[in-house]
Structures are given as C-alpha cells and as structure tokens.
Ligand binder design. Structure first.
Ligand SMILES: Nc1nc2c(ncn2[C@@H]2O[C@H](COP(=O)(O)OP(=O)(O)OP(=O)(O)O)[C@@H](O)[C@H]2O)c(=O)[nH]1
Ligand SMILES: [Mg+2]
Ligand SMILES: [Zn+2]
Length: 342
C-alpha cells in the first residue's frame, strides 16, 4: 500500500488528478481536496484515446484539456460489458479500490450463485472483498440467510449493515482509514446509495424505493461516482449491476472456489472429470454432504464462460493479425511445405 498512488493522500493532490466521474468522453477529476469538496471547480478533461475509469489517477496534458496519461492501477473491476455474444467488450467499473463491499439485501432470498460471480470479480480486481447484508430490519432473523451467504464466502467476512438504521455502518467506515477507497458491487435496490449516504452523513446520493412485488430496484444510480468521505478516504457509488459477467479471469475462480479445487487435488486421477471415476474426492464430498453439488456446477459454468471468452479473444487476435499481415499461411502448409509462399 505504499505505492506512489496511495502516497497521494487527500491533502496532497497536485498535478495528478483523480477521476470522479465520466460523462460522454469527458472526465471530471479532482486536483485538490477543495475541488473534491466542491469549494473549487474541478478539472474537466477529454478522454480522447485514454482508457479511463472512475477512481483512476490521471495526468492532464499541459493545457489541461485532455488526459495525457492514466497512472498504473492498483486494482480494477473489469467485467464483460456486452452480452450479445457478438463481440466481447470489457468495462471497468471502478479503479484503485481497496475494499469492495458485495452488497446483498436480506429483503430477498439469498443468491449465493450471484455472490460466487461477484467474488470471482472481486478477487480478480485486486481489492479485498467484504460481503455486506443489508435491510436486516426486514427479516425476523438473519442467521439462516447469512449462513447461506457464508457458505460461498470462503475466508471473506460477512457483515450486516443498514444505511437506513445505521447498523454496522461504522465497521464499513473503518475500512476507509488510512485514506483508502471503498466501493460497492450489487444489484439495483439493495441499498448501496443508502449506505453511501450514511457514510457521508447526509442525503448526497439519490435513492428510491424498490418495487413492492419483487423487491427489485429501479437503477437509480446511473453512473459511478467518486466521493470524498468526511474524515478520510474515498467512496465510489456504483450503479446496480444486473448480471455479473466475467471478463478474463486471473486467479479469481481458483480463489472463489478454493474448497472445490482443494478436493480436486485429492482425486486419484489427474484428469478426473469428477463424474464417475474411481477415487474421485469431489464425488465423495458431494455424497457425504460436505460439498453442495450446485457449487461444482457453478464452477464448471464459470470455467466454461472464461474459456469461451479466451477463445473469442484469440479469434479476434488472429483476425487482427490477418488484417495487419495481409495473407496468412494455413498452419499445416506452413509447417510442411517451405515453398508454400508462392
Ligand atoms: N428497510 C430497509 N430499506 C432499506 C435499507 N437500505 C436501503 N433501503 C431502501 O431500499 C431502497 C433502495 O435503496 P438504494 O440505496 O437506492 O439502492 P441502490 O443499491 O443504490 O440501487 P441502485 O442505485 O438502483 O443500484 C430505498 O428505498 C432505501 O430506502 C435498509 O437497511 N432497510
Ligand atoms: Mg444507488
Ligand atoms: Zn474427481
């Protein structure tokens, strides 16, 4: 945590600026705490050619007109933006985050499958995840739903907090000590902006009622925004994310499914498919009730999703190579026939 970037604490902003919001190719960024607190107009620069995300540290060009450089990110949430299967495009939700709160409402049935995906994204981001269960006031007892979330949140804290009643908010705030950056990931209507307001100590972010029938939110927050906390640290409010689609994963899947991977290490055969092979530790754990079979299915689905994305990326790279290099040689001919090149 002692990189040049985190070394720039709230009081020491100067030539570099931190991106607070992005509107149609323009970044609004803070060069000083006065700007962050609204006492001075912030910097507005064009993003032309720069891949900028909220939370990034940037260097404007000499005229202060455009982003000259985006400083290396300490962490970043990258998801797949398009779902149409035509072309994979990545989308960076927030950058330079220390703690990400994965927010789930106790007002709806727990969704451990969704949490699994969020954990993969969080582990891949480089930020530390904490699961936050909101709206405890809506349920009589929280133990059962919390247990369901804990079952997939291996080694990750699961807290209860409510922006409405204030319960648990101090624990969230402590994560910002040392001038750190917090953000939220969760479905619309789970109470992210309500928590942001509780942390800011005022109604800064708009919130709105969820729908009566299914408790779904109305996508009230439409763009990510970086806000300074009153004492120290930063918070990035984010729009509700409908579906958590993976981008190319680092070791996120391995970390989020460490329990299943540990079992796989104990299968008799190295190429065990965990289907009917003798000596399969995964099957044995499912039969003894130690492992929920849905977890294996989830893992397989995520691995497939990642493999499909990697394949798509490779195909695009090949297409780009072809465009750049003109004609390509069929691999077999190239290998066996030196005279192929006409
Ligand atoms: N009962 C109860 N309601 C809450 C709590 N936290 C938030 N709410 C309500 O839930 C609704 C949605 O809250 P928001 O904070 O707007 O949700 P959000 O996650 O920011 O939603 P998007 O911006 O759409 O992604 C509001 O009506 C809040 O008042 C809570 O702890 N208890
Ligand atoms: Mg919101
Ligand atoms: Zn096996």
């Amino acid at each position: 945590m002692d990189t040049a970037i985190t070394g720039l604490d709230q009081g020491a902003l100067s030539a570099v600026a931190r991106v607070a919001r992005i509107d149609r190719g323009w970044s609004t960024a803070y060069r000083s705490m006065d700007e962050a607190r609204g006492a001075a107009p912030p910097l507005r620069v064009r993003n032309i050619g720069a891949d900028v995300a909220v939370g990034d540290w940037i260097l404007p060009d000499a005229d202060g007109e455009r982003v000259a450089e985006v400083l290396p990110r300490k962490s970043a949430f990258v998801r797949r933006a398009s779902f149409d299967g035509m072309r994979a495009v990545s989308d960076t939700l927030a950058a330079n985050v220390d703690t990400v709160f994965l927010v789930h409402s106790l007002g709806s049935p727990p969704s451990p499958r969704r949490l699994e995906r969020e954990l993969v994204l969080a582990f891949d981001s480089g930020a530390d995840p904490v699961v936050v269960a909101t709206k405890p006031d809506l349920v009589g007892e929280v133990d059962a739903p919390l247990a369901q979330l804990r079952e997939v949140a291996l080694g990750v804290p699961v807290w209860v907090a409510s922006g409405k009643t204030g319960r648990g908010v101090d624990a969230l705030r402590r994560r910002a000590e040392g001038n750190r950056t917090l953000t939220f990931l969760g479905a619309s209507g789970v109470g992210k902006s309500t928590l942001v307001n509780a942390l800011l100590g005022g109604a800064r972010q708009a919130t709105s009622e969820v729908r009566d029938g299914d408790q779904r939110g109305r996508h009230t927050t439409v763009a990510a925004e970086l806000l300074p906390l009153p004492d120290e640290g930063w918070i990035i409010d984010t729009p509700g994310v409908r579906a958590v689609s993976l981008w190319l994963s680092g070791d996120g899947i391995e970390r989020a499914f460490a329990d299943v991977f540990d079992l796989m290490d104990h299968c008799r055969f190295r190429d065990c498919k965990h289907d009917r092979e003798p000596g399969c530790a995964v099957r044995a754990a499912i039969e003894s009730g130690e492992l929920d079979p849905i977890r294996l299915t989830s893992l397989e689905r995520l691995v497939e999703e990642e493999a499909a994305l990697e394949e798509e990326q490779r195909a695009r790279e090949r297409a780009a190579d072809r465009r750049a290099g003109g004609r390509t040689r069929p691999p077999d001919a190239a290998e066996f026939d030196d005279s192929w090149d006409d």
